[in-house]
Ligand binder design. Structure first.
Ligand code: NAD
Ligand code: WQD
Length: 338
């Protein structure tokens, strides 16, 4: 079976490509390197032990997609490609709507023309309304997003669902990721933000390695265990395995859209995460309590029942392993892939 991986040079895509190859799939990767480096693909090939094809294209370009689908007999698409920085999406909404929506539309159109009937879509916990009860289930209310990035994921889910309903032969698995952290155990690939990290784990790692002076902890007056924000941090390698499970599910349950939350089911506070990192690595992370970040919520974690029952998937790696693997990547690559 051949899997077309958009955004396969990125953080989650690169780890998933390795898992796909490990599970016997052929892989074709496409990326425009707007938020990644070719070096990531080189190392992914080394770790996978396989020289898969790479196309440097914009996924919004349906003509190029069509060309690729003429060359390769694709069975399933995993659509990782997209812009993902929440703050940047507020400043540049049109770039986000253009890139994330147009790439999804072009991909679905090209898939339709070439009779490719399986798509796995990278969605996000950010599609859930901020006022839901925890833990979030796949039936929790969506919408009310606080930023354009979140709306792009919400809208892409709708575009995919409508396309599935209209064609009757498309199978879509929408995966709503919680907070991916960690890196491949080799320390060769990992998360490499191009600018100042928005997400906490790369910020912690860059602070630990001396690239940042201190971590700003965004508020200690939330209604949580220690006043800091609580999230559901899952190891990126577990998340990669979730995609392998999703492909299997799509092929065994054709036609229709299925939605799964992928997370650990456990909430971890900012201070608990920092402590776990320090304990796992022996490196201290200077921190200062600062103001709350606009748009943040106190707590966000998932229920895990649906993914366990239907995908047969659950996280295996511990928070400590995720911290140790993040550090292994960061200390070996203090400036990322550069
Ligand atoms: P990433 O930025 O590391 O990877 C995305 C890749 O897509 C990059 O390599 C980028 O160059 C590429 N890309 C972007 N637009 C493209 C286009 N038009 N054509 C071709 N390539 C394009 O991000 P990631 O963390 O690996 O995330 C992958 C997906 O998962 C994204 O869709 C993201 O929104 C989603 N997601 C990520 C998180 C997270 O915290 N990392 C959480 C939930 C959902
Ligand atoms: C986690 C916790 C912060 C940075 C975002 C996106 C979401 C999804 C995952 C893509 C919060 C605190 C953070 C820092 C801090 N991405 N924090 N200091 O906010 O759960 O979700 O990434 O889909 O869409 O919104 O993740 O890593 O930014 O924050 O104290 O420097 O860490 O307040 O409590 P978040 P995050």
């Amino acid at each position: 079976m051949t899997i077309f991986v958009t955004g396969g040079a990125g953080y989650i895509g690169s780890h998933t490509v390795i898992k796909l190859v490990e599970n016997g799939y052929d892989v074709v990767v496409a990326d425009n390197f707007s938020n990644s480096k070719k070096e990531a693909v080189k190392r992914t090939r080394e770790l996978a032990g396989k020289d898969f094809p790479l196309y440097e294209i914009d996924i919004c370009n349906e003509r190029m997609l069509s060309k690729i689908f003429t060359i390769h007999d694709i069975d399933c698409v995993i659509h990782f490609a997209g812009l993902k920085a929440v703050g940047e999406s507020v400043e540049k909404p049109l770039e986000y709507y253009k890139n994330n929506l147009n790439s999804t539309i072009a991909l679905l159109s090209a898939m339709k023309s070439h009779n490719i009937n399986n798509i796995i879509f990278s969605s996000s916990a950010t599609v859930y309304r901020p006022d839901n009860k925890m833990p979030l289930t796949e039936d929790s209310l969506t919408g009310g997003c606080t930023n354009p990035y979140g709306w792009t994921k919400f809208m892409c889910e709708q575009i995919i669902t409508d396309t599935v309903n209209a064609t009757g032969r498309l199978t879509a698995v929408v995966l709503r990721y919680f907070n991916p952290i960690g890196a491949h155990e080799s320390g060769r690939i990992g998360e490499d933000p191009q600018d100042t990290p928005n997400n906490i784990m790369p910020y912690i790692a860059q602070t630990a390695v001396g690239r940042r002076e201190f971590l700003s902890v965004f508020g200690d007056d939330w209604d949580t265990v220690d006043g800091t924000g609580v999230r559901d941090y899952l190891h990126v390698v577990d998340l990669a395995e979730g995609h392998v499970a999703a492909i299997k599910y799509a092929t065994e349950n054709p036609n229709g859209t299925s939605i799964f939350n992928l997370g650990t089911g456990k909430g971890v506070s900012v201070l608990e995460l920092v402590t776990a990192f320090e304990e796992a690595t022996g490196v201290s992370v200077p921190r200062k309590i600062t103001q709350r970040r606009p748009g943040d919520i106190a707590t966000c974690y998932t229920a895990t029942g649906k993914a366990k029952e239907l995908l047969g998937w659950e996280t295996k790696k511990t928070l400590k392993e995720a911290c140790a693997d993040t550090w292994n990547w960061q200390k070996n690559n203090p400036n990322g892939y550069v």
